[in-house]
Design a protein. Structure first.
Length: 438
């Protein structure tokens, strides 16, 4: 008798888990434009795709900005399947004077049906810190066409590459590809082949150069996890692509809910000590979602329902953890509440303790307002502005002034706050930092 296999079964996640689970943050190899996953990088022949690819690989291997965007330093594998060692050397020399063992180059050609995935898996085992692999170009790794359905063949070629990135969550795999010869208005239709190739990848880059005689171009970036962005570029005499516009990188947007929660919990509780030997918390702060929403709403001068506070803290929990706080979302009957604790110091990346907080706060900037206080200005805090959130260095946050344990309403005029002694400018200690409430 033939033994039957067990029937297939879906292992599902219900809505309650989805709404409350703190997911790991998306890893970016290059901030804002290259998250982990599979990326297709297209462009016409001989317009500088490989030059830009080498520039990217060198920048990531050294942890230096790429087109002004910060990178996460890691090991890089550049599969330059059209280049020789001498050509790669010349391109690297045009970019940098030093290069270390983080940068790896190979021009050995393995196809998808002839050991490519296995070779990349072996490299990942040998160099587990790898966060970028570039394949230049895609056509060299594709199996021979069987003359069947083009869309099906294109999609099937992408599946093993996509599955490879899913096994390595911190890896960006970039496939360099050519564009078709027809002029199209939609950038996503510019790549050679069927729409299956673009549809199967997570992110898409397109390098365009209107006239080859002109040393200018643009890089269009789009994807499932990134906002559409077009970066204007210029090609210098050394063959290096440079950004034309300053300040392309605006930084991560800090959630106002996260900022308000951090300030409220840290300023109004005593959860400041941690047992460094055991990494066990010595105190905690507990409040309901409604209580937290009321306090954060008052502090940030926003109307924040409890469910919105809960959703924002769940989505952006990594921001709160980098600032020094972790939380659990609990439910007892109809009562939902938060438990806040300090993150072990080894995991914090920015603000550490309440004593250090003044160094990280900017005075609330003023904006034009209608309130007549004699100077035509109000001190409305700009919260939710894009703030640089580097792995090292201070976090820049705009907050409203406070007095004792009560936060002043942000729409108070500067004049009245000065009269009542609420302004940060007049309440600082000897080092110029505003004192925290006691």
């Amino acid at each position: 008798m033939t033994e039957q296999n067990d029937p297939k079964k879906f292992h599902t996640i219900d809505g309650t888990v989805i709404m409350n689970k703190q997911m790991p943050p998306l890893r970016y190899t290059i901030a804002e434009i290259l998250p982990a996953g599979l990326t297709l990088f297209s462009g016409d022949s001989k317009i500088g795709k490989s030059l830009l690819a080498v520039n990217m690989c060198v920048a990531v291997s050294k942890g230096e900005p790429f087109l002004d965007f910060p990178t996460n330093k890691g090991t890089v594998l550049y599969l330059a399947l059209e280049d020789t060692e001498s050509r790669i050397q010349r391109r690297v020399f045009s970019l940098t004077d030093t290069l270390d063992s983080n940068f790896h180059f190979s021009n050995e050609r393995y196809r998808l049906d002839d050991g490519l995935i296995e070779a990349m898996e072996d490299f990942m085992k040998e160099y587990p810190e790898t966060n970028l692999i570039v394949i230049d170009v895609l056509q060299y790794i594709r199996p021979q066409s069987k003359g069947g359905n083009v869309y099906k063949e294109d999609y099937n070629d992408m599946i093993p590459l996509h599955e490879f990135t899913q096994r390595h969550h911190n890896l960006s795999l970039v496939l360099i590809h050519h564009t078709n010869k027809s002029n199209v208005s939609d950038q996503l239709r510019a790549s050679s082949g069927s729409t299956a190739i673009v549809g199967a990848v997570d992110n898409y880059w397109l390098l365009q150069r209107p006239m080859r005689a002109l040393r200018s171009g643009s890089l269009y970036c789009s994807g499932r996890e990134i906002s559409d962005k077009e970066i204007r570029l210029s090609l210098n005499e050394s063959g290096v692509w440079l950004p034309k516009d300053p300040d392309n990188y605006k930084g991560e947007i800090l959630s106002p809910v996260v900022v308000g929660t951090y300030l409220w919990v840290m300023w109004h509780t005593d959860i400041l000590e941690i047992n460094e030997k055991t990494d066990k918390h010595r105190s905690e702060y507990v409040c309901t979602a409604t209580e937290l929403a009321e306090q954060v709403s008052q502090l940030m001068d926003m109307t924040l329902p409890a469910n919105m506070v809960k959703k924002n803290l769940t989505m952006y929990h990594h921001q709160l953890e980098q600032m020094g706080l972790s939380f659990e979302n609990k439910r007892t009957g109809k009562r939902r509440y938060f438990i806040f604790n300090l993150v072990p110091e080894s995991l914090r990346k920015t603000i550490q303790t309440r004593d250090e907080l003044p160094k990280y706060i900017n005075d609330a900037p003023t904006v034009e307002g209608d309130e007549d206080d004699g100077d035509g200005m109000t001190a409305e805090p700009i919260v939710g502005e894009r703030c640089h959130y580097p792995k090292k260095g201070p976090l820049s946050v705009s907050v409203s002034p406070f007095n004792g344990n009560s936060f002043s309403t942000p729409n108070h005029s500067r004049k009245r706050r000065l009269e009542k002694g609420h302004d940060l400018h007049d309440h600082n200690d000897n080092d110029g930092n505003a004192p925290l409430p006691t």
